[in-house]
Ligand binder design. Structure first.
Ligand SMILES: Nc1ncnc2c1ncn2[C@@H]1O[C@H](COP(=O)(O)OP(=O)(O)O)[C@@H](O)[C@H]1O
Ligand SMILES: [Mg+2]
Length: 249
């Protein structure tokens, strides 16, 4: 089996008495979408933040391409290929799609925002930016101001900004949140196309999307990994059914 791109090894993190993430071990392999599901408060976002380096673990390790990155900060992990969608706040609404993505490339190279006028003339920045825009399904929208994008296109811009840094994997925390059925389906198709180039660890609420997209599904409940397998295995798993039925009751 191919070497995992990412491995979380017995990761734990508490907040006061709460064990938000409790000895979770999980892998992301080349070519796959690995979905992480679980009830609200299960620890999904905390796990993503632990992997990205935004939250420090109490115990456990994060291995990126076989290297222990547990002691590295967010920026170092990003430079090593850990891709994360940008927060909405990092998109400049008045700037075009191309400008936003080129700035993301500039930032990742330690560039300075003040050199802006040179940025758009620098093929070393706009080249990768255009490519990422195409990969994110925004071809032909490069000159549109970010503020004029639809909700779904905005998500694609965030993904383009992440792709422009040429990540080895993507961490996506509920990328379909707030999107309509059509937008979610379109974003799903995009993620499905991307997986062979960039494997994706996907936290997603929409179960139909999860089962349609994922090669593997892992289930968190109260900080613990209770099941991991194919969609069919997860749907048939008694513990998983109990957790979800318990939630609905
Ligand atoms: N920074 C924090 N401080 C205190 N408690 C937190 C913090 N972040 C998350 N939690 C708690 O940890 C638990 C897991 O949260 P989270 O990882 O956001 O769950 P999920 O994404 O699965 O809904 C929740 O009970 C949440 O309230
Ligand atoms: Mg969450």
């Amino acid at each position: 089996m191919a070497e995992p791109v990412l491995r979380a090894e017995r990761l734990s993190r508490g907040f006061g008495a709460l064990r938000a993430v409790d000895e979770v071990t999980l892998e992301l392999r080349p070519g796959e979408i690995h979905a992480l599901i679980g009830p609200n408060g299960a620890g999904k976002s905390t796990l993503i933040r632990l992997i990205a380096g935004e939250v420090r673990p109490d115990a456990g390790q994060v291995l990126l391409l076989g290297r222990d990155v547990s002691r590295l900060d967010v920026a170092r992990r990003a430079r090593m290929g850990l891709g994360r969608t940008f927060q909405v706040s990092s998109v400049a609404p008045d700037f075009s799609v191309l400008q936003n993505v080129a700035l993301a490339v500039l930032g990742s190279r330690g560039g300075v925002f003040g050199l802006w006028r040179n940025v758009m003339r620098d093929e070393a920045l706009t080249g990768p930016a255009r490519e990422a825009i195409a990969d994110a399904g925004l071809s032909g929208r490069g000159s549109v101001p970010a503020a004029a994008l639809s909700h779904g296109e905005r998500r694609k811009l965030e993904i383009a900004m992440a792709l422009a840094l040429q990540p080895r994997l993507l961490l996506l925390d509920e990328p379909m949140a707030g999107m309509g059925v059509e937008g979610a389906a379109e974003l799903g198709a995009l993620l499905s196309r991307l997986r062979t180039r960039v494997p994706i660890l996907l936290v997603e609420h929409d179960m139909d999307a999860v089962f349609a997209l994922s090669d593997r599904v892992s289930v968190l409940a109260e900080g613990r990994l209770i099941a991991s397998g194919t969609g069919a295995e997860i749907r048939a798993d008694a513990d998983v059914r109990r957790v979800y039925l318990g939630e609905a009751a």
